[in-house]
Design a protein around this ligand. Structure first.
Ligand code: B12
Ligand code: SF4
Length: 492
């Protein structure tokens, strides 16, 4: 059984009602889908995917499902924001079913495996990095029933506690999958996929997919970085056509590649195939880097149906961009956003405050800069420290999971960013950052309402609950900020 853990207490502010998550945060868990399809193709397994977020499942609900399905192995995706509920879930499962193997994977588990295994002994194994082949080999080894330490040690890419010495063993690193075309497409058929298509997200009736993995850059805050590899255009189109056939309601695609724009010719070729196969009427969106775009590529993207590009800009201040190792500057960003608009594609941009070296002045520069850009949405976040990043070396956090229980976090649903380690900045403390974020968020909302009234109306219409509560709070000027940076994903 493969589980995306519940994160109710972490993302409570996103609940549009006590039992409903904000649709923008929901999405088919591609990672679980990929490992499920690999297990189904190569082994003899019955696999179940449980997405606690889309189904609003509590830990108790999950325990019921586990009692019913009675899996031999339970795997869960552990992102940092999901690490606390993942630990709570693992603890309860281990208490009731001590014989079931619990295996963690995903961005947080990969980079924080040592802490997880040391402090939270409910996890039997952690799979580092890409999970498809590693999990398959681990299960095949466990299936033999003759569990020997030598056989486990031979499984590359896992970490576990030595049963005798309790020492954490990390086996040899597993090479990344070179040819992504060898991986079967995610097993979307294991869930009620219609639910995902219907959710209100960036584009209407959309399906998320990946045309590449990894990135050629190394920004200091970015977690889980790997070497860039891409799928072939033909395989991509095959997946898109199969999805259209299986889910006729689909109207758009969201490319969730870390960085879609690494290789210009690849993007142009993919666009040409989309047009050749007459799929250009399906809108699509992708995450790109501002320094990697050019007019030719953007024109092809537009022709092939791309309507929105997401750019991680982070700051409008060149010195901050340099510290972040972003390898681009404000002028490049401005030119790229202008060009994208000229071609007729909307921009969604992401900014971060609380960066290393940040001051009131640099935040102000960023905000002023953001106003010069014509963007459909601008999302503001506070810099957080994730395990495995360069930032985490500059400011180590001893234990990310117990951080979420810290007494200084008065209300776990207070402010999502505040629930994670924020980068300690000498010029701006936590409270100042929260206040600044709130101010920018409010100003950005007003700017948005004035400059994009139709978009704002659409959001209010589709998400009346959270929007209404948000405005109520603005009016009341509550001290307790219960909106978050990810909430701004959905409202900006
Ligand atoms: C799409 C996306 C989103 C979407 C999610 C929509 C959805 N639910 O699908 C949105 C925009 C909502 C989002 C929000 C956020 N995101 Co995000 N997101 C991504 C992105 C770009 C793609 C995720 C994906 O589908 N990956 C594709 C699959 C194939 O990869 P995967 O999930 O890692 O799975 C593989 C392995 O990890 C492993 N694996 C995974 N699970 C398991 C389980 C087991 C048992 C095993 C064995 C193996 C295994 O095997 C899989 C196959 O190889 C990733 C970057 C990335 N490339 O992963 C960031 C990423 C996951 N997000 C990240 C962050 C920080 C966030 C936010 C906290 C941002 C913010 N400040 O608001 C929020 C959190 C929201 C929340 N409450 O969960 C970080 C997580 C870092 C961390 N240490 O946890 C990432 C890694 C970006 C980064 N490079 O820093 N995100
Ligand atoms: S460009 Fe994007 S994906 Fe690449 S390292 Fe920087 S933040 Fe991560």
């Amino acid at each position: 059984m493969l589980i995306l853990p519940p994160s109710v207490d972490v993302i409570e502010p996103f609940l549009s009602s006590p039992k409903k998550q904000v649709p923008l945060l929901l999405g088919f868990p591609l990672g679980l889908g990929y490992i499920a399809s690999y297990l189904l193709k190569h082994g003899n397994y019955e696999v179940k995917i449980i997405d606690s977020l889309i189904d609003n499942l509590s830990i108790e609900d999950l325990l019921h499902i586990i009692r019913d399905f009675d899996p031999h192995y339970i795997g869960m995706t552990i992102y940092t924001v999901l690490s606390k509920p993942a630990v709570q879930l693992a603890q309860k499962i281990k208490k009731e079913f001590p014989d079931k193997y619990i295996i963690g994977g995903g961005a947080h588990a990969s980079d924080d495996y040592h802490n997880l295994l040391t402090r939270y002994p409910y996890f039997d194994f952690i799979v580092k990095d890409e999970g498809e082949i590693t999990l398959f080999e681990l299960l095949e080894t466990l299936n033999t029933g003759k569990l020997s330490l030598t056989s486990i040690k031979n499984v590359k890419g896992i970490a576990y506690r030595d049963p005798n010495s309790k020492e954490i063993i990390l086996t040899e690193k597993r090479k990344l999958v070179k040819n992504l075309d060898e991986l079967p497409p995610p097993a979307r058929h294991l869930v009620n996929f219609e639910k995902y298509i219907k959710r209100d997200t960036l584009l209407p009736y959309s399906i998320e997919l990946m045309s590449s993995r990894g990135c050629t850059h190394r920004c200091v805050f970015c977690s889980f970085q790997s070497v860039w590899r891409s799928r072939s255009g033909e395989e991509m189109i095959k997946e898109m056509k199969d999805l259209i056939k299986s889910y006729p309601k689909v109207k758009s695609f969201l490319f969730y590649d870390d960085n879609f724009s690494v290789h210009k010719q690849r993007v142009i070729d993919l666009c040409k195939i989309i047009i050749r196969e007459k799929l250009q009427n399906y809108q699509w969106s992708a995450l790109c880097r501002a320094d990697q775009m050019n007019e030719e590529m953007l024109i092809w993207m537009k022709k092939a149906g791309c309507t929105k590009i997401m750019y991680g800009l982070e700051s409008g201040d060149d010195s901050i961009l340099k510290t972040l190792n972003k390898r681009l500057n404000a002028l490049q960003v401005k030119n790229c956003v202008d060009l994208t608009n000229r071609v007729g594609i909307n921009c969604l941009t992401f900014f971060i405050i609380g960066n290393p070296g940040e001051t009131f002045e640099t935040v102000n520069n960023s905000y002023k800069f953001s106003k010069q850009l014509k963007c459909e949405s601008t999302v503001w976040s506070i810099m957080q420290v994730y395990p495995g990043t360069a930032l985490a070396q500059w400011q180590p956090c001893e234990d990310f999971v117990s951080y979420l229980y810290k007494p200084e976090i008065k209300n776990s649903s207070d402010f999502m960013s505040a629930n994670l380690p924020i980068y300690n900045n000498p010029a701006l403390d936590r409270e100042q950052l929260k206040a600044l974020h709130k101010k920018i968020f409010r100003k950005a909302m007003i700017h948005k309402a004035i400059h994009h009234p139709f978009f704002t109306f659409k959001r209010v219409f589709f998400m009346p609950g959270p929007i209404f509560r948000f405005f109520l709070r603005l009016i009341k000027r509550e001290k307790k900020h219960t909106y978050t940076n990810a909430f701004s994903h959905s409202t900006n």
